[in-house]
Design a protein around this ligand. Structure first.
Ligand SMILES: C[S@@+](CC[C@H](N)C(=O)[O-])C[C@H]1O[C@@H](n2cnc3c(N)ncnc32)[C@H](O)[C@@H]1O
Length: 419
């Protein structure tokens, strides 16, 4: 059966509520409405320093597993460094959640979050840094003790209410009143469905459930498919292998699948060698094809060339150069000048001009912004110039997918282009 979920970038979301949620999850940088004061930055630095310590730790924990078992661990005695590597949410995810909570808090939303699955308590510490009331549940006493020591070391133990017991027993005795529940443990089909059913009565109006690992197993995929069918959850959004469930008054029914808004740098590094070789071959071939081209085609002076791919969609092209001057990264982005003649969506044009003029401080930042505007990296290669290495990126964007920048602001703005 075809999924009713619609894949989208955060920029393409029409509902302002979901646009804001997705923007804070995936936007980052200047796209989020958060003041990163010194206290917050320090808190994040301390949590990440602790993560590094845990990743090197020689401690063991005798784990009492109340969940769906593990694919990583065999016995009960588990290395802390292995738990830190395989079990905890990454910095990227925890930080994204923190941004959302801080944003919702600044909007005067209610602020009580439950984390089901404490583990070593690092994500809990992120949640606490948001200023929300945080409660966290853990089935294993030793693990919970370890987390409490971590919070003491971070100085956030006073902000966290921690309970030990099975999710089922704690849920039965809970008064509820949650605005957000992060279900990050016991990834089993029936258990997940049972928890969500019970949480329906424990959530505050408009509250949300975020379920981790909805694609972890066949059972979890079935659980998510079933939840999508439940009319109670009139708005859902999947994000990085997790699923958000909302029951929101006045929200039109929508089921979104949020795309990652950048190319992960680690993936990029892994692929670098491959792309350099691939780009070199492509370049060689294209040079030969160009040599046979007509004089007319050779007149093109622009660095970034536009073309229509013979096989499929029309694309527009751009170029990004990344190099270093005096230890500082310089990023130069340029788009084909044909952008200026491409139709009625002036917002998209202004956005691309802003990108071209913006002084990016890193390649990652630029890739993040470009991909969130729908630009894809077609080819990458590195040249060694006299001043040092220069990385070249050929960018492309499907013309039909040039979307309006703020779709809900102007009713007259149409998707795509007329020209
Ligand atoms: C994935 S870890 C949580 C990671 C944590 N949220 C983080 O990112 O830092 C899941 C935790 O939930 C606990 N857990 C799993 N099933 C449980 C259950 N039925 N009752 C109580 N705790 C459970 C496990 O012991 C484990 O520590």
């Amino acid at each position: 059966m075809k999924s009713k979920e619609k894949k989208t970038h955060w920029r393409g979301i029409h509902s302002p509520f979901f646009f804001d949620l997705a923007r804070h999850l995936e936007g980052g940088g200047r796209y989020v409405d958060i003041a990163f004061d010194k206290t917050l930055v320090k808190a994040i630095d301390q949590i990440e320093a602790l993560r590094q310590n845990l990743l090197r730790s020689s401690d063991y924990i005798e784990v009492h597993d109340c969940g769906a078992g593990s694919r990583v661990f065999k016995g009960k005695s588990r290395k802390v460094k292995k738990i830190a590597r395989h079990v905890l949410q990454s910095k990227r995810v925890a930080f994204a959640l923190l941004r959302v909570l801080i944003f919702w808090r600044s909007q005067g939303r209610r602020m009580k979050i439950l984390e089901m699955g404490t583990s070593l308590g690092l994500t809990t510490a992120y949640l606490a840094a948001s200023g929300w009331d945080v409660e966290t549940w853990e089935g294993c006493q030793q693990t919970s003790n370890y987390a409490r020591n971590n919070w003491k070391a971070l100085g956030c133990d006073g902000q966290i209410k921690s309970k030990v017991g099975t999710f089922k027993s704690l849920m039965e005795e809970s008064q509820g009143g949650w605005d957000v529940v992060f279900l990050d443990g016991h990834h089993d089909r029936d258990a997940t469905l049972a928890y969500v059913e019970c949480l329906k009565t424990q959530l505050n109006p408009g509250g949300a459930i975020l379920i981790d690992d909805i694609g972890w197993s066949k059972g979890m995929k079935e659980a998510w498919a079933q939840l999508l069918k439940d009319p109670h959850w009139n708005a859902t959004m999947t994000w990085r292998g997790k699923g958000w469930l909302f029951n929101r008054d006045g929200e039109i029914e929508q089921h979104l699948k949020l795309r990652k808004s950048y190319i992960s740098l680690s993936k990029f590094n892994n692929m670098k060698l491959f792309t350099i070789v691939f780009a070199a071959i492509t370049l060689l071939m294209s040079t030969q094809v160009q040599a046979q081209g007509t004089k007319e085609q050779m007149k093109t002076k622009s660095k970034a060339e536009s073309s229509t791919a013979t096989s499929g969609a029309s694309k527009i092209f751009g170029e990004m150069l990344v190099f270093e001057i005096n230890g500082k990264t310089v990023v130069k982005v340029s788009f084909d000048p044909i952008m200026g003649r491409m139709g009625s969506d002036k917002d998209a044009l202004v956005a691309s001009q802003q990108i071209a003029n913006f002084k990016f401080t890193s390649m990652g930042q630029a890739l993040n912004v470009l991909s969130s505007h729908g630009w894809m990296v077609e080819h990458v290669w590195t040249t060694l110039e006299r001043s040092g290495a220069v990385q070249h990126f050929i960018l492309s964007h499907e013309v039909a997918k040039l979307t309006p920048v703020s779709p809900w602001l102007s009713k007259s703005t149409t998707k795509g282009t007329k020209g």
